[in-house]
Design a protein around this ligand. Sequence first.
Ligand code: PMP
Length: 275
Amino acid sequence: TVYYYKDRFLKGGETPVPVEDRAFNYGDGIYEVVRFHRDRSFGLQEHLERLRDSAEAIRMALPFPLEEIESIVRSAVSQVEDEVVDVYFQISRGEALRVHPFPQTDPVLSLYARPGRIYTEDFREAGVAVITLPDERWSNCYIKSLNLLPNVLAKQAAVEAGAYEAVLIRDGWVTEASASNVFGYHDGVFFTHPANRHILNGITRRFLLRAIQKLGFTVQEEPMSEEFFQNEVESAFITSTTMELMPISKINQRELHPLGPESPVWQILQAFRTL
Ligand code: PMP
């Protein structure tokens, strides 16, 4: 793993997180995760733009211009030799005496790049079980904030229930999952929650919407009711940078049909990969 903190790459084992970094004390910051296949990124520009938008939403300046962040990201990736590399980068509001108002200090970039977490095709064909849980997050989920406590608690509850993800329900509607977006398929139509303040507008979600449209399927950016999702959808999947598209094999107690390579969901994954 290659680590970067503030203004330099770190030597082996060195991780100097100041105790009063606001990311540490308040979760006061934002982040992104981008996947690279060698030097070809998946949607790097969109990730950088979302980072800029998240920063603006929390009224935080970026420590460097976007182009410079891009070149630090690319430099980190080039130092990992694997074919697939995942880069995590976050910006905290900086290191300052721990009082709530914004500090005068400069924001701080930290980053790591490491071999990508690849899911085997067998794992993908088997799909993953999900449970549904109440969405207990705030109303600014479009910001990719470092505050992930509700997401962590939801994911842990899923794992403890023998599932892989927690699909979140807000006022009776499926929003997204703890670390991914959610799609359902019913009667020739794909559904996913509209990109408003109740979900993170995933970059994978956006590319998949394009893939679905390119294949000529109908897609409605409309929320699914909990009842529709639980009882009606024929198939469903979750999406994220590291998972790409992951079929759902079970929603609480209901098993979903296995998804063969001839299924629309499989076709979409192939189309997505060639975008
Ligand atoms: N929603 C949430 C809550 C997430 O944490 C993530 C991934 N971090 C996503 C959706 C998927 O976003 P992306 O496709 O940009 O990875």
